[in-house]
Design a protein around this ligand. Structure first.
Ligand code: GRG
Length: 314
């Protein structure tokens, strides 16, 4: 369901998502290194995971946020959208390793380490992480001092979101909570679970939208509104992810369902039950729309993307 005040139709959103996905995939193929610049095995391993059929949520947020600020600057955000997808893919590869979540199925296919071995999977993740920052520093190529200042701000924004105060920190708390950090186990209450998710998945989702806004030249008030919107989209995304782990169809999810309960993870359904979790996701959606409304950006595709995140089945 799209927001009533939003003139964007579901068809417009579907067309945007399809076009953006095709554009991102084309650029990702162009940006990823190939032989003779790198060994064939690492080029293949990176592509195996990058082109495994991910939803491309984060690049969509980057491009939609840029378009919401200034449609004519949308293409400036394309390298950033791709770089963030490279970081996201690296995080999934590493998360699936036996030393972390130990998963054998991702995006409907055997995980990278199952196909190429742990060593190559670690290196492919490391390589994607490094390629992402090379790309952020390199593109878009510009002599414009304003564009280059924005690129630097985006590098810092994405680095903070991916690092110890963001995704890596959230993953560390997750490992502690799962008893996978010997001598450092922790038990998380509801607030601590929310904090863990805000770091582990929320930070990169926020950085995706905020970076798009920065590249398009948004003012600080708009950047703050888009940040608040994306914070709620990120939380809703995680709650829905937890709900799908309980009641989703493994075939559409493309990953092992029921893993959270099997490993006694402190998920939203475990803490609050399914009904309350659905209400909490709906609350996030309402707040996300409200953040857009306060900044007067209701006519963008961002509202529809928030709805899609909550309605998704995979
Ligand atoms: C290894 C540093 C490091 C971090 C890993 C993101 C993450 C941190 C782990 C993923 C664990 C997980 C499955 C979390 C649930 C939310 C989530 C990020 C799901 C996967 O993202 P989607 O649904 O994936 O956007 P696709 O495949 O569509 O790109």
């Amino acid at each position: 369901m799209l927001n009533a005040v939003d003139v964007v139709t579901a068809d417009t959103l579907a067309a945007f998502l399809e076009r953006a996905r095709a554009q991102v995939d084309e650029q990702l193929e162009r940006y990823l290194p190939s032989p003779p610049a790198c060994p064939a095995i690492i080029a293949e391993a990176m592509r195996y995971s990058v082109f495994a059929g991910g939803k491309r949520l984060r690049p969509m947020l980057t491009l939609a946020a840029a378009a919401a600020v200034d449609e004519s600057h949308r293409d400036r955000a394309l390298p950033v959208a791709c770089a963030i997808e490279l970081i996201h893919t690296y995080s999934l590869i590493h998360d699936d390793l036996p030393a972390m979540d130990d998963d054998t199925l991702r995006r409907g296919r055997p995980t990278l380490h199952v196909v190429y071995g742990d060593g190559i999977a670690i290196l492919a993740g490391d390589g994607l992480h490094a390629e992402a920052f090379t790309l952020l520093a390199r593109e878009p190529v510009s002599d414009d001092a304003g564009v280059n200042r924005r690129k630097l701000r985006v590098i810092r924004t994405v680095g903070d979101a991916a690092g110890a105060a963001g995704m890596v920190g959230g993953q560390a708390i997750d490992l502690q909570a799962a008893g996978q950090a010997p001598g450092h186990a922790v038990t998380l209450d509801a607030d601590a679970v929310r904090h863990m998710h805000a770091l582990k998945t929320g930070a990169l989702i926020r950085a995706s939208a905020v970076s798009g806004a920065i590249m398009a030249g948004a003012d600080e008030t708009t950047i703050a509104a888009i940040d608040a919107y994306a914070g709620d989209v990120g939380l809703a995304f995680q709650i829905v992810d937890d709900i799908l782990d309980v009641e989703g169809d493994p075939a559409s999810l493309g990953k092992t369902a029921g893993k959270d309960a099997a490993s006694a993870k402190p998920t939203y359904p475990a803490l609050f039950g399914l009904d309350r979790s659905r209400t909490l996701a709906a609350d996030c959606l309402r707040r996300a729309h409200a953040a857009l409304e306060t900044a007067g950006i209701t006519k963008s595709l961002l509202g529809g993307i928030a709805d899609w995140v909550v309605a998704r089945k995979s």
